[in-house]
Design a protein around this ligand. Sequence first.
Ligand SMILES: [Cu+2]
Length: 328
Amino acid sequence: MKIPSSIVTMLLGIVVTLISLWYGQNHGLLPVAASAEAILVDGLFNVMMTISCGLFLLVEGALIFSIIRFRRREGDDEDGVHLEGNIPLEIVWTAIPAVIVFGISIYSFDIYSEMGGLDLMNHNSTPTEAVKIAYAPDLENGDMPLLSDVGLGEPPSSAGQPALEVNVSGLQYAFIFTYPDSGIVDGELHIPSGQLVRLNLQAQDVLHAFWLPEFRVKQDMIPGQETRLVLEATREGTYPVVCAELCGPYHGGMRTQLIVHSPEEYDDWVQSKVAQGNTAETLANLPGSDRTDAQYLANFVEPLDLDIDADALAQLQAMPHAHMASHS
Ligand SMILES: [Cu+2]
């Protein structure tokens, strides 16, 4: 008995669909999702993985099937059959990707606006003096074009909920966090879960990028122009903060930690910090641009968890190096 090809095609279609749907949810390619934004971004990513998986199986399956089914048989020296295109087939394989691309673009724009991407387009800011000098030195102030704010603003779902504000400064090679409400200055970012947090980002020297992989957000830090990220942590824990813009020789060591507390723990942290005060000693312990090579290198080892033993690291640090020697 021969199974009709339409039944075979349908069964294969069901199997490919099931595998793709499973893989789209179980690819394991992303780190843990720790923010409201991460859940939105992962939804989009999983849809794209599902579609890609289906297309991959379809294209590679057809390829492998054809290689075996239509291989040259022994003693067959004839030319292949001459084929002249197939209009219906070409329409189908143009229309399907067009629909997919159109659908993904609508979906991703929707997520962008849900994450607050459209909020900042509403208000414009006048560029600072530094930006004016760099990009438009000949223009009078009145003629300066207004720049749109850059980054992610308040998500529309927040409905004016007050946000905790933190100023973040990027410098070669560290992040410094200042809390305007309490006056706290720290080298690590502490935030409460379940509350909107507004990060005002700026760079003191060169371009940096503020990247929170577990929050699925990344934003350039630009000298002379403030950028912004508004986010909401949904999961307590300690997560890496990474500079994602090559900013100099120690760029790889420009990392710190984001600690998400429960609201009560966060209040305790604020109180202990305020009681302690920003003494000269705490300020001196902040990461600055005057650290020694060993201090810079310490960052390479710990967060990356490289398997380097202490002796080998000491040897590396003792090695004469023309560039490092010049500023130590
Ligand atoms: Cu950097």
